[in-house]
Write a protein that binds this ligand. Structure first.
Ligand code: AMP
Length: 471
């Protein structure tokens, strides 16, 4: 199962005149991280005696109401939003995941994907552990409880991490002790900051902004942060030579107003657009984004090419789950309900259409056809990432190799399928330069097919192979 998610944690220790409950702060943090997961959400708080959880399927505002949140007592808590993916969509898989054991409780929220999750689960099952869900998170929770029976939290975490292969940004509560940990290669983002009453930790800095907080820094790869007695303790448990930050966070997944590993995502996307203009210039009348994913790169392309930025498509921001009746006319309506063309802007124009990525190719084809039908003279597709040629095993729900259009077709072949007059993808070097982090510190597995960790049946990028160097 793929886990593409958002996590958050809050601890409050200062007395305030108008205290906002931790559960409510977590609600706002999760709302800010909604783009990272729309399938389910959950909040667990701890009042010093026991954990209490609220979780459900759907969007953050649909799940929690004010009275429920206010009834969740406790100064410390964690939260989670989960993405709608191919995995089981059921309440058991909602996080935070809680295990009660003889010394207390462990609550855990996870963003990432373990490559060896199934193997670890099989070992634990053989030892008699019982699982209620089918997510990696439950595996990590059981491993942690096992270690906590023998060791203090720091040692216990170190021992758990030695067994995990894959990506994990975790927020954890061992009883009412809040901790945050990032895997030794730092695949998925995780950062923390101060809020007026204490600290917040989150997948993206926008959650800390929303709480009116101040971003302090990223959790480093292999680092464990413990928020204890109003202080931040850092334990660098593993120290790898290289990191493997996910490039797709910058390309598509993260919000543009987030700062991840020192880079403002907006600035990265703007540079992506500028690089695209450099690598794939075209004679055109206007640069237009596929909303919303192509907007910032289109601004960059426009700056780089000196071609005017103009919108040609408008997205309905309020689209939720809709019903459609069968039949072609209704299908057309469903598409138009989501996205409409601004015909007057398009008619007779040569349009450069910018999007962040092509996965299966179906979206590009549909949108290019719409722009053509609206009267465009030419449609040139420019894509803010290189061709996606291999699946992601590390937490982005991409598609299987069979479904990835660029895994089987040349660029000319993709151009024909999506019906563009020309198609230009950003190069891997161009993307790396736009991100501003060295290539050796990035995971480009989906773009090259060589991964920074061992994945059965796939090739490994030797230089960055994880050896688990303890600090
Ligand atoms: P398609 O090529 O039809 O599979 O869809 C590509 C579009 O989906 C692009 O416009 C992206 O903005 C968006 N996209 C890319 N990756 C993902 C993902 N992991 N989850 C959801 N949407 C995505």
């Amino acid at each position: 199962m793929r886990e593409e998610c958002g996590v958050a944690g809050v601890v409050q220790f200062k007395e305030e005149t108008h205290p906002v409950p931790s559960a409510l702060r977590l609600y706002y943090a999760l709302y800010a991280l909604q783009h990272r997961g729309q399938e389910s959400a959950g909040i667990t708080v701890h009042d010093g005696r026991q954990p209490q959880t609220l979780k459900g399927m759907g969007l953050v505002p649909e799940i929690f109401d004010k009275d429920d949140l206010v009834s969740l007592k406790g100064d410390v808590g964690i939260g989670h939003v989960r993405y709608s993916t191919c995995g089981d969509s059921r309440i058991e898989n909602c996080q935070p995941f809680i295990v009660k054991y003889k010394s207390g409780s462990v609550a855990l929220a996870h963003n990432g994907n373990l490559v060896n999750g199934l193997d670890l689960r099989a070992q634990l099952e053989a030892e008699g552990h019982v699982f209620v869900a089918n997510s990696d998170t439950e595996v990590i929770a059981h491993l942690l409880v096992k270690e906590l029976l023998k060791y203090e939290p720091v040692e216990a975490l170190r021992n758990v991490m030695k067994q995990l292969n894959g990506s994990y940004s975790l927020v954890i509560m061992i009883d009412d002790l809040l901790m945050a940990v990032r895997d030794p290669l730092g695949f998925k983002p995780l950062c923390f900051g101060t809020i007026d009453s204490g600290y917040a930790v989150a997948s993206e800095s926008v959650a800390i902004d929303t709480l009116n907080g101040k971003l302090l820094r990223d959790v480093e790869p292999g680092e464990l942060i413990i928020f204890r007695d109003g202080e931040v303790e850092s334990h660098q448990l593993f120290d790898e030579k290289y990191s493997a930050h996910c490039v797709f966070e910058y390309v598509y997944f993260a919000r543009p107003d987030s700062i991840i590993d020192g880079q403002l995502v907006y600035r990265v996307r703007e540079r992506i657009g500028e690089k695209l203009a450099e690598e794939h210039p075209v004679d055109a009348d206007m640069v237009s984004p596929v909303p919303d994913s192509g907007i910032t790169s289109a601004i960059g392309y426009s700056k780089g090419s000196k071609i005017d930025y103009e919108e040609s498509l408008m997205k309905n921001r309020y689209i939720g789950r809709t019903f459609i009746l069968p039949g072609q006319a209704m299908r057309e309506t469903a598409v138009r309900l989501k996205m409409n063309t601004i015909n007057e802007n398009i008619k007779g124009k040569k349009v450069v259409l910018i999007d962040d990525s092509i996965v299966r190719g179906t979206t590009s084809r549909r949108i290019i056809d719409m722009v053509r039908n609206a009267g465009a003279e030419e449609v040139h597709a420019r894509i803010g990432s290189p061709p996606i040629v291999a699946p992601c095993y590390l937490g982005i729900d991409m598609a299987s190799r069979d479904e990835l259009i660029a895994a089987h077709k040349t660029i000319k072949g993709v151009e024909a399928v999506i019906n563009a007059d020309s198609l230009g993808y950003l190069s891997v070097d161009g993307l790396v330069a736009a991100i501003g982090i060295g290539r050796d510190d990035l995971c480009v597995g989906c773009l090259t097919g060589a991964y920074p960790v061992e994945i059965p049946g796939e090739s490994i990028c030797q230089r960055r192979q994880l050896k688990l160097h303890e600090f």
